[in-house]
Each structure stands twice: as structure tokens, then as C-alpha cells.
Design a protein around this ligand. Structure first.
Ligand SMILES: [Zn+2]
Length: 273
């Protein structure tokens, strides 16, 4: 870490439980040894500079698997090092019941992933809106994946989905990854709607050296740091490079006064950690 930036606490708003970047495991996590995967996750957190993390469960059905869910909840409660967010399929007939299960298990949020779930067109808005209203009733943050790229780049757009859903609910919507090359759209959304927040996960180290990072800086300066939070996207992006990229961004742009806001204060308030 750059020595000129010191923070009281570090909260990572975007992590995945499984140590390897293997989506086939993550999306079927309940089929694997959840207790062991959770123990390994906790072990890695214990030896990292991160004080608390949001673990995003990418297995849409895990909340229905009592054994897997209780193993995960036990690891969370014993360690106190992480909070849970569950991917929800808005098209599942029992989507609302699954959100209720997540809330009962003490989750802090749900996640929607337009690319992985092949959804987010205007046709899908009513169904997605129903899910957000349920999340709102249970005081859950909705994380919408707002990366931009890969094979579905022109099919789905998390920023557009977040913009539409911000009109439907007052509960918080976190645009994960801050929109990537759509960061200015994400910024305009967060400026327009009180309930829209952005995080830096994956994007800052990934786009380092490009003009995209300057747009992140612009968005931080223009709307203040109140709506930004730091994250990694581990294991799809490394911890050290995520920390270093954010630290040097703060130092180079004279934003170090906002380090505590970015690294923990905003996330602690948003997720009630
Ligand atoms: Zn992720």
C-alpha cells in the first residue's frame, strides 16, 4: 500500500467465495463442499488487510439448500468477517420466496447479473422490478452487475437496468464495477437518483493507463466520494493490485481526504455493517 494513504478500516464490497476464478464452481456452489470453501475464504480474509468483505454467492439455488446455507451462515457468524449477498434469478417462479430466505439468513443484499442471467432488456423490466420491490421490503441492497464487455456486450447493459430500476424503488442499488467504459452513464445515474451507488471493483486496476480511469476520477470529484465504495472482485482481480490502483488514484488526484469514505465509511453505512 502507498504509505501516504492510511485508512482506519478496509471493507471490500465485491468478493467471491471460491478461491479460483471458476464460474462453473461458483454458480453451482451448493454441489461442492461449502463448509470447506467458506473456511478457506475466511482463512484468506484473516490474513489479508481487508477487515470485512461482501461475499457474493453466484449459485442462484443455494438459498434453497438448507445444509449449504447453514454452513455458509455458520462460517459468517463464527468469523464476523463477511456479509452475504445472493444472486437471484428474477425469472424463477419462486424468486420472492428465495429473497425471503436470503433475508431470513441475514443477507445484506441480492445481486442481479444481466450477462450471466441473460436478462435486462426493457421486456424484462417488470419482472426485475418485482424482485427489487421484494428486496426493498426486506431492507436489502440490490447489486446490479454493471461491467461492460465480453460476449454479451451489445445484448445487456447493467447501467441501463439500474437506471430503470432506480425509478421503481427507493432502496439502494449498487452498480457493481461502476460501469466500466460506461462509467459516465453510471455517474449520471448516480447523480440523478439518490439511491444509486457505484463501486470501483475490477475496473480501476483493469483500466489503469486508459482514459476510463480519468472518468472514474472525474465522477469521484464531480459528485463527491459519498456514493463510491472500493472493492476487488476477488478472485477475478487481485487484492494487491486493487488496493494499489485505488491508493495511487487517490494520491495522484489529491483525493486522499476521501480515503476513509471510499475504503469503508460508505460501505459500512450502505450495508449497515
Ligand atoms: Zn464479481
Amino acid at each position: 500500500m502507498t504509505s501516504t494513504v492510511t485508512v482506519e478500516r478496509i471493507v471490500d464490497v465485491h468478493t467471491h467465495l471460491y478461491a479460483e476464478p471458476d464460474y462453473s464452481v461458483e454458480s453451482n456452489l451448493a454441489d461442492f463442499d461449502v463448509a470447506e470453501i467458506a473456511a478457506d475464504y475466511v482463512n484468506r480474509l484473516e490474513t489479508s488487510p481487508v477487515d470485512h468483505a461482501i461475499a457474493i454467492v453466484m449459485d442462484e439455488s443455494l438459498v434453497l439448500d438448507e445444509d449449504a446455507l447453514s454452513e455458509l451462515v455458520a462460517a459468517r457468524d463464527a468469523s464476523g468477517l463477511f456479509s452475504l449477498v445472493f444472486l437471484v434469478d428474477p425469472f424463477a417462479a419462486d424468486a420472492e420466496a428465495r429473497i425471503e430466505r436470503a433475508a431470513e439468513a441475514g443477507a445484506v443484499g441480492i445481486k442481479l447479473h444481466p450477462y450471466q442471467q441473460n436478462m435486462g432488456d426493457a421486456d424484462d423490466f417488470p419482472r426485475v422490478a418485482k424482485v427489487l420491490r421484494t428486496a426493498e421490503r426486506h431492507d436489502l441492497v440490490t447489486i446490479i452487475d454493471a461491467a461492460y464487455g465480453e460476449t454479451q456486450m451489445y445484448n445487456y447493459n447493467g447501467v441501463r437496468l439500474g437506471h430503470s430500476m432506480a425509478k421503481v424503488v427507493d432502496s439502494p442499488i449498487l452498480l457493481a464495477h461502476g460501469g466500466a467504459v460506461k462509467v459516465l452513464d453510471a455517474f449520471s445515474t448516480a447523480v440523478t437518483f439518490d439511491n444509486v451507488y457505484l463501486d470501483t471493483s475490477f475496473s480501476i486496476p483493469y483500466w489503469e493507463g486508459s482514459s476510463v480511469v480519468q472518468d472514474y476520477v472525474f465522477a469521484m470529484e464531480k459528485m463527491s466520494m459519498d456514493k463510491w465504495m472500493w472493492g476487488t472482485d476477488i478472485p477475478y482481480m487481485g487484492l494487491e493490485e486493487s488496493l494499489e490502483a485505488a491508493q495511487s488514484l487517490l494520491v495522484e488526484n489529491e483525493l486522499t481526504d476521501h480515503a476513509d469514505a471510499l475504503f469503508h465509511e460508505n460501505a459500512t453505512a450502505l450495508f449497515d455493517l
